[in-house]
Design a protein around this ligand. Structure first.
Ligand code: SF4
Ligand code: SF4
Length: 363
């Protein structure tokens, strides 16, 4: 009875810890999104924003991060256009060297959405949909293909002069605004694609993460080198299969003593479901130091907070694009007509208001 109570308590604490970090991450992302939305909304009114642009928004500019990485590797410079895009990308890659794809399982909001969809799937369907191996392999190659294409184009095809031109181009400088407009002025095509992806991730759990996410593919490569991994002690293992049955990444855990798979997200579901003591756990090599869920959470939180603090202290966090430059860009690109060429009265009214605000701000 006591033993079962201990397992129950362990399950509850594990649930709370990973979900807690995922929820915290979602709150941070939402706060950044709202702050950036207000920043751009004020620009669109012709006003110099009263709030700062949140640098964390650059987490959503992976191409800019890759381009900045090449510039950094070749010249040793961190550019002042999107420094936090590079910083966040490097932090995420560093976490993969310790806790495998822990970023996907613990931090990424899409990972949380995928967990929710997988839960809804298990409630709705008695039988889990598992793709045949050949289809799984073919589909998984898509994310590696996409990641490989971007890496090849940026690191092999683009000379450093083109990289620097791209970094300074208006396209890259104001990519964060374009990204926001993608969502605030979303087209029917984009909406349909997002709906189809959500539906696919509901029917086939973790469809986006497992088959399509190029960010996850890059992390998967780093996670091969991870010093932390799931290890199973075959002498205590009763071969019950609960770990495998519950693994969201469909890893054949019973076939191995150490899980090297690039798909492991350090979610600890296998550990949570194992009924045997000291049989399976996440451990660091060398030394075989066992990490519980609290330790994984602490590693992720401290890596993010320490690296961001260093970036801030060294002036590599906030970009150097002035609010005036943002305002100029938004004004130049605020067109009062629709895509079919007709004048949109609301947009026209907004533009006139913005022009008046600009006039009023002139000394
Ligand atoms: S269940 Fe275990 S093996 Fe599977 S992804 Fe989670 S931590 Fe990795
Ligand atoms: S759940 Fe534990 S005991 Fe069962 S197969 Fe997995 S490692 Fe072995």
């Amino acid at each position: 009875m006591k033993e079962w109570f201990k397992i129950y308590k362990m399950k509850m604490s594990l649930f709370s810890m990973r979900r807690l970090i995922q929820l915290l991450s979602c709150i941070i992302v939402l706060t950044i999104g709202i702050q950036f939305y207000i920043f751009v909304a004020q620009l669109e009114e012709g006003i110099i924003p009263s709030i700062e642009r949140p640098p964390g928004v650059e987490a959503f500019l992976p191409i800019s991060a890759l381009v900045s990485l090449k510039q950094f590797l070749v010249t040793g410079k961190i550019n002042t256009i999107h420094p936090s895009a590079l910083v966040i990308f490097l932090i995420v890659c560093m976490t993969a060297l310790i806790v495998k794809k822990g970023f996907c399982g613990w931090v990424c909001p899409i990972g949380l959405l995928s967990d929710i969809l997988a839960k809804l799937n298990s409630i709705s369907f008695k039988q889990k949909v598992v793709l045949p191996i050949w289809a799984d392999v073919v589909l998984r190659s898509i994310k590696y293909g996409l990641a490989g294409f971007f890496i090849w184009s940026i690191f092999y095809k683009m000379p450093i002069q083109s990289i620097e031109q791209f970094i300074q181009s208006p396209y890259n400088q104001f990519a964060d605004i374009k990204m926001l407009h993608f969502f605030t002025h979303i087209s029917n095509t984009a909406l349909t694609i997002i709906f189809v992806l959500i539906l696919l991730s509901f029917v086939i759990p973790y469809f986006w993460c497992r088959h399509l996410c190029p960010y996850g593919a890059v992390l998967g490569v780093f996670s091969f080198l991870s010093i932390g991994k799931i290890k199973r002690n075959p002498s205590n293992c009763t071969n019950c299969g609960r770990c495998e049955k519950n693994c969201p990444s469909l890893i054949k855990i019973r076939k191995k003593e150490s899980i090297h798979s690039s798909e492991c997200t350090a979610c600890m579901t296998c550990v949570k479901n194992c009924p045997e003591k000291q049989t399976i756990g996440f451990s660091l090599s060398p030394g075989n130091l066992q990490l519980g869920q609290a330790a994984i959470a602490l590693i992720l939180i401290s890596m993010f907070s320490m690296s961001i603090s260093i970036a801030k202290a060294s002036g590599n966090w906030q970009n150097e694009i002035s609010k005036q430059a943002y305002l100029n860009y938004v004004m130049q690109n605020t067109l009062p007509w629709n895509s079919n060429g007709s004048v949109d009265p609301q947009k026209m009214e907004k533009m006139i208001r913005a022009m008046k605000n600009i006039q009023a701000q002139k000394p």
